[in-house]
Design a protein around this ligand. Sequence first.
Ligand SMILES: C[S@@+](CC[C@H](N)C(=O)[O-])C[C@H]1O[C@@H](n2cnc3c(N)ncnc32)[C@H](O)[C@@H]1O
Length: 271
Amino acid sequence: MRYCELLNKYLPLAKNANLEEEAVKLIVAELSNMNNTELYLHYNDIIPARLEEKITSSVEKYLTGYPAQYILGYTYFYGLKLKVNEDVLIPRFDTEVVVEATINLAKNYHNPKVLDICTGSGAIAIALAKNIVGDIEGLDISNKALSIAKINAKDNDVKIRFFESDLLRNVKEKYDILVSNPPYIENNARGVDKMVLDHEPHLALFGGDDGLDFYRAILKDAQKFLKPGGSIVFEIPYDKANDIKFIALTYFKNVQVQKDLSGNDRVMIIS
Ligand SMILES: C[S@@+](CC[C@H](N)C(=O)[O-])C[C@H]1O[C@@H](n2cnc3c(N)ncnc32)[C@H](O)[C@@H]1O
């Protein structure tokens, strides 16, 4: 089979199933060790026999509603290749603005000590370790997630201390920056994407009845784990900035909200 025949067969099926055609191309390109441009340069080539079965079965798995990143076993985040499986949330593009904001904030500190709370795949911690001269740590309640985070740190050649903790329970030290993208979907939220709901870890998704339990819990205890002049950086749900600001102002004086590339409220910086 030629690449063009395969794409002509599967792209319309993806579209009809309300799935992403781009994800199909990504699977085909990545498994063929090509980028998108190369894929089009090889559009009329015959797919190597040793790859055809793997590519076809992977695309068909995607068409059943299984995430492309879990099929490939990796994703890209902030220019880094990260291993992912069903034990970790697939890092989202929106979270890159949290990394960006934290890197900027870190410039105000000398060799900052940073803790990524709810680290999952280690995405935020690893992107920070690549870009900040300082001491980066990450925690998660899930040991399975921490195993993936450790592999990702090693693969990306950064040193990060990862440890198991239910939020701040096992934290012993003080930090310049606490950063977190906690679970924040409302427990009974409607309209959550089926692909997300069926395959990503629910531990990584749900944040209580109003989705804000993790913000409340972290903010209540954060002062104890911040050095003087320390800050918190949160990823926030786009429609809850005012609610989280209200909670934050119970414990802190300054709150600043930043938007993501779509113009939605996405990052909160608290000090
Ligand atoms: C939304 S995911 C964020 C993962 C990663 N930081 C990212 O941005 O892609 C939330 C993470 O919080 C972790 N988590 C859930 N409850 C927790 C708790 N009580 N204490 C620590 N981590 C928790 C989950 O295991 C999951 O890895």
